[in-house]
Design a protein around this ligand. Structure first.
Ligand code: CTP
Length: 401
């Protein structure tokens, strides 16, 4: 049996929704992974599940009363401080809204507001409530404040409606918790991740670009953040949500990306250049829409700045620069050339001719190559797995330096 939560203390906050009964199972699952679980319930939660159930399951008294120190023996400050993570499961619309607005009218809200711990929140409610702009705004507010929200699943809801709102799968919740409490081996790193696709405009309504969606950059950002690194994103067009990271700047062109990178370049300890940057731009860019005329329209393209090359050329001692190579032939040979020509420390070479590998996919057929010529053939792996492999490699490089 794996014990990935061994010696971790998890506070399980339960609020009053029908899926409160699932929190019983969640407490068991976390204990199976080695965690000590302490449950805090709201008054409404007790209408769905008895505190006695949690007490039997976890072996710990349930805290539910702000003022009854004798009964539980622990104050909200102790609960707030002495844990490795707090998970709220389920989180009702009412609870989410109070928390997002700093209201503290029960023990659990006091614990959350007093805590500097990592917080995982698992909403569960009727689909219309979940989609209500007020609830979405409150959830976004919490996300911006560093709370990790585990999105609810879609399906049949207890209220009879079908839609998004059902408590996320318990395995997903446990996986999220495990990831959050894992080692913080990269906490000294201040990482820049570039992601998504640049766009080069010909006129105000037409541009050339590529199909990048930003998934690789997102997986990298999640992985490095979970290992304690500060994560900064500079990204072009993308289809993911980068708002939750330490900083996020959206750019359009390669030139803008370079300018944005150069602003704080010396502060970054690692640069991961996952963006798909266009190699060409229009020689002539006009501010007015080019009118359609009969026949052929000839446009000239000129070479764009190679942002990665610029980074490599300006690299400082101790900065690790990771480039990518999208290749369809002579994968390793071409990637090795890019390591030298762009002065990189590492390159991830992706064989985009393979099935399920490349733009918009969740996996890549990859090689990880370092500047000493060591090659790891990773094969077809998920982009999350690729991020984990890169994080481990960077950890090793730091240990050896
Ligand atoms: N890159 C960049 N600026 C460019 C082009 C590419 O920063 N104008 C970066 C990409 O972000 C990626 C790496 O360079 O990390 C490799 O991109 P890729 O398209 O594989 O290679 P190119 O250098 O453009 O060479 P080629 O297209 O000839 O393979």
């Amino acid at each position: 049996m794996s014990e990935e939560l061994k010696d971790k203390t998890i506070i399980l906050g339960v609020t009053g929704g029908i899926s409160a009964y699932k929190a019983c199972e969640l407490s068991r699952m976390m204990m199976k992974e080695g965690a000590e679980v302490k449950v805090v319930m709201t008054e409404n939660a007790k209408k769905f599940v008895s505190p006695l159930t949690f007490q039997y399951l976890t072996g710990n008294k349930v805290a539910d009363d702000m003022y009854d120190l004798e009964e539980s023996g622990i104050s909200h400050i102790e609960l707030a401080d002495e844990n490795d993570l707090i998970v709220i499961c389920p989180a009702t619309a009412n609870f989410i809204s109070k928390y997002a607005n700093g209201i503290a009218d029960n023990l659990l809200l006091n614990v959350l507001l007093a805590s500097k711990s990592q917080i995982v929140l698992c909403p569960a409610m009727n689909v219309n409530m979940y989609e209500n702009t007020l609830i979405q705004n409150n959830l976004n507010k919490l996300v911006k404040n560093g709370v990790h929200v585990v999105d609810p699943d879609s399906g049949e809801l207890a209220c009879g409606w079908i839609g998004k709102g059902r408590l996320a799968n318990l395995d997903t919740i446990v996986e999220t918790i495990k990831k959050k409490v894992q080692n913080k081996s990269l906490e000294k790193e201040n990482i820049l991740i570039t992601a998504g696709a640049t766009r080069e405009y010909m006129d105000p309504v037409r541009f050339i670009s590529n199909p990048s969606t930003g998934i690789v950059g997102y997986c990298m950002a999640e992985e490095f953040q979970s290992k304690g690194a500060k994560v900064n994103i500079i990204a072009g067009y993308n289809e993911v949500n980068f708002e939750k990271f330490d900083s996020y700047k959206k750019i359009t062109t390669a030139e803008e990306m370079k300018n944005e990178i150069s602003k704080n370049f010396n502060k970054y300890t690692v640069v991961i250049k996952a963006a798909a940057v266009g190699d060409y731009r229009f020689s002539r860019r006009v501010n007015k829409k080019i009118k359609k005329t009969d026949g052929v329209l000839k446009m000239e393209l000129e070479e764009n700045i190679d942002v990665l090359k610029y980074i490599g050329e300006n690299k400082k001692e101790n900065q690790i620069v990771v480039g990518f190579a999208a290749e369809t032939e002579k994968i390793v040979e071409n990637a090795k050339k890019k390591i030298i020509s762009k002065n990189l420390d590492l390159i991830i070479a992706n064989d985009i001719s393979k099935k399920n590998s490349g733009f918009g996919e969740n996996s890549n057929f990859s090689f990880l190559i370092d500047s000493s010529g060591n090659i790891d053939e990773l094969g077809l792996i998920s982009k999350s797995e690729l991020a984990r492999t890169l994080a481990t490699k960077i950890e090793q490089m730091r240990q050896n330096s």
